[in-house]
Design a protein around this ligand. Structure first.
Ligand code: SF4
Ligand code: SF4
Length: 505
């Protein structure tokens, strides 16, 4: 067995927050029954929405492709049980705070019949890394820690850059969320099996599975399983329980003491980070032909009768899951998808569980921020910022809508962790302001990119027209030369053709 190690780098700032995880970790993972209706959003990943390939009225089987991936950062979507497609229409989704987005709606038939695999399973290490990555793409697998970046594209990008270190993120530092903890306790074998597959696809020679020290059951189980696998390339590391040590860049800093540069990527320091749930999903797809059709999610908070962790089909509505967990308590006031720090509050429980849904949290009160007062320049926000930003400076520049200064002060590096909000004695909603400012900057960047694309199209059109004109002129010159030797009648004919062409132009 690989003993957990502690040779850690240092995390700047962060906070020790009450975990509130005991209620949901007291029992094993429960399977939510297949609901009567499944709602599958076409955009469950960072890239372009998937394109539906099924029609209304069509019967589908569990695991069948219902929408193909589109664009360079796309991911496909699969039916998560058998039944009939009854609609392809906008439906409230959590990513848009309950606003609608296009979804495939399936009325299930209760048979849960699976599609037959097209290919016989091939041992993963018999496949070349690029073929293995392409196969991972077909499974619809995206980062399950919340970022939902398609796993295959992340692997391909990292392979091109010669990345050799894989980090599996089991650091679940946000309060209330415990789905990764219970997954590590119950499916350590799938996580380690997934690590081996990811390492092969990446060409990595080492992997660290990183867990917080307040998860002794997960650490013991992973340690036991590592002993059984006997793969010396994979080690287990513990980190202290500090929020937000599970942020990608923060984790790399802690585990390797390497600092991802501002505006950079983990691959800049030779690392690739994947969530432990993603590793298990890769294992299920490559070893058992099961695409990403379900996930473990925590349903918890004082507003839920029986807090627990459930394995739910993607597309099950939050209402169905809360019902399975005993329903709402009389304390229920606020529904959040995700954790209390980074989650999104939604106005309806009709939203479906998607690949990103790690937690369904029902709080007993809407957090009150108190009356906002002017900044007193105490510097507390800077002391806790894990990215070493100056939130007070960012705040002033956000109020002034000064894009140049916001960029200069590193707004785009803000991970929206909310630590600055929690400590601000003036109750300034810093993170919400930063989120809005980032949105505005992104809109400007999108607008610039659109204008640049239009400019390039315009120039390309002009160049094409010029090329066509040049070639017509050359042709006329050639004909003139021929006519000169042929006589006046032929010259008159060429001049007439030129006049006709100018009229056309
Ligand atoms: S914590 Fe609040 S009051 Fe203190 S410097 Fe930051 S923004 Fe200003
Ligand atoms: S929300 Fe942004 S600015 Fe505030 S502490 Fe987190 S990373 Fe720093």
């Amino acid at each position: 067995m690989s003993a957990p190690t502690y040779d850690l780098g240092k995390l700047h700032g962060g906070l020790r927050l009450p975990g509130n995880k005991h209620d949901s970790t007291a029992a094993p993972i429960y399977d939510v029954p297949v609901p009567r209706q499944l709602v599958l959003p076409l955009a469950q990943h960072v890239g372009d929405p998937a394109q539906p390939i099924v029609g209304i009225g069509e019967r589908v089987l569990k695991g069948q492709l219902v929408a193909e991936h589109e664009g360079t950062l796309g991911a496909p979507v699969h039916a998560t049980s058998s039944g009939k497609v009854v609609a392809i229409e906008p439906w409230p989704i959590s990513r848009r705070f309950g606003d609608p987005a296009p979804c495939v709606v399936i009325e299930t038939d209760g048979e849960d019949r699976a599609i037959e695999a097209a290919d016989a399973p091939v041992p993963f290490d018999a496949l070349p890394p690029d073929i293995l990555a392409a196969k991972i793409l077909q499974g619809g697998i995206v980062g399950l820690g919340g970022a939902v970046f398609p796993t295959a594209q992340k692997l391909m990008q990292a392979t091109t850059l010669g990345t050799t270190k894989l980090i599996l993120n089991g650091v679940e530092c946000e309060p209330y969320i415990s789905c990764d903890d219970v997954l590590m306790r119950e499916r350590a074998d799938a996580i380690i099996g997934g690590a081996q597959i990811l390492m092969h696809a990446l060409g990595a020679d080492e992997c660290s599975i990183v867990v917080e020290s307040d998860k002794p059951e997960a650490i013991d189980r992973l340690g036991e399983m590592l002993g059984e696998f006997g793969d010396e390339r994979i080690t287990l590391k513990q980190v202290p329980t500090i929020y937000p040590s599970g942020g990608e860049d923060q984790l790399i800093q802690l585990v390797t003491n390497r600092e991802v540069p501002s505006g950079g990527l983990p691959t800049d320091v030779g690392c690739l980070v994947q969530n432990v749930g993603t590793a298990a999903a890769v294992y299920d797809w490559i070893e058992h032909n099961e695409p990403l059709i379900s996930r473990v999610t925590t349903v918890t908070g004082p507003g839920v009768a029986q807090p627990m962790n459930v394995r739910a089909r993607i597309g099950t509505t939050v209402a169905d899951i809360i019902n399975f967990a005993g329903g709402y308590t009389e304390l229920a006031r606020l529904l959040i998808i995700g954790g209390p720090m980074t989650g999104k509050s939604v106005s309806t429980d009709r939203v479906p569980v998607v690949k990103a849904t790690n937690c369904i949290l029902v709080l007993s009160e809407v957090p009150s921020v108190g009356t906002t007062r002017p900044c007193i320049r105490c510097g507390d926000c800077a002391a806790v910022c894990p990215v070493q930003l100056l939130p007070q400076q960012l705040y002033w520049n956000a109020c002034a809508d000064d894009e140049k200064k916001l960029r200069a002060y590193g707004l785009t590096d803000c991970i929206e962790c909310g630590c600055c909000d929690l400590v601000c004695p003036s109750h300034i909603p810093l993170t919400a302001d930063f989120r809005k400012a980032k949105g505005r900057i992104q809109e400007l960047a999108d607008e610039k990119a659109r204008a640049e694309r239009a400019r390039r199209r315009f120039e390309a059109r002009n160049e094409r027209l010029q090329r066509e004109q040049d070639s017509r002129n050359e042709e006329l010159e050639r004909q003139k030369d021929t006519a000169r030797s042929a006589g006046p009648a032929a010259i008159a004919e060429i001049l007439k053709r030129k006049r006709d062409q100018q009229d056309d132009d």
